[in-house]
Design a binder for this molecule. Structure first.
Ligand code: S6P
Ligand code: ZN
Length: 190
């Protein structure tokens, strides 16, 4: 392996990594089933298909023992009263943990295990959140500028989005009286 290929630069202004191996762009149309207010989703999509977030990943290998990392740029906005958020996922290998570092912006993280235990944490600049094994994780932008963060995860962790798409998180983050509020997800299925 060429040592020069092991160095990636983070641009803190725009959250981009240079170089990266994979870029993912998630638009609202890619995550219709993840917001609780489906009428609000359709109303927005009738006019536009906004980018909700972008991910710049450095995934050199998927072999056990390696680490991968990625920055996410999660834009500010709401679908109805629910803040823009990532899809959220369990790792396909459930016992794989992860570390998140907030670079800029203001957010929340929602962590949930398969017994439905939920933890909601703040996620502000320089906060580091440990995502334990077996916990699904979602990031929510509760501010008015992009939420930029770095995630470091085992390269063989994999992503299970289907379980969250089907069952959801028990708690969701909405704007209530101009402030973030944690409420029960009316669509959560056990
Ligand atoms: C990967 C890590 C993050 C997310 C990214 C987008 O394990 O947790 O890089 O992939 O924040 O979220 P999601 O839920 O669409 O993968
Ligand atoms: Zn993850």
């Amino acid at each position: 392996m060429n040592l020069l290929n092991l160095i990636t630069h983070l641009n803190k202004q725009n959250g981009q990594l240079e170089p990266y191996t994979n870029k993912t762009v998630r638009k609202l149309s890619d995550m219709k089933n993840f917001y609780y207010n489906r009428n609000a989703v359709e109303e927005i999509l009738a006019k536009e298909d906004p980018i909700i977030y972008e991910v710049y990943a450095v995934e050199v290998s998927t072999e056990e023992g390696n680490l991968s990392f990625a920055t996410t740029v999660l834009y500010p906005g709401k679908v109805g009263d629910e803040y823009y958020m990532t899809k959220g996922h369990y790792h396909s290998k459930r016992n794989r943990a992860e570390v998140y570092l907030c670079i800029s912006g203001n957010g929340r993280m929602v962590l949930q295990d398969e017994n439905g235990n939920v933890i909601v944490t703040k996620f502000d600049p320089d906060d580091i959140v440990y995502v334990p094994p077996y916990y699904a994780h979602r990031t929510v932008n509760v501010g008015n500028k992009p939420l930029i963060f770095l995630a470091i995860y085992p390269s063989d962790a994999g992503h299970d989005y289907g379980t969250i798409e089907e069952k959801g998180f028990r708690k969701i983050i909405i704007e209530k009286n101009g402030k973030p509020a944690v409420i029960d997800n009316p669509r959560f299925c056990k």
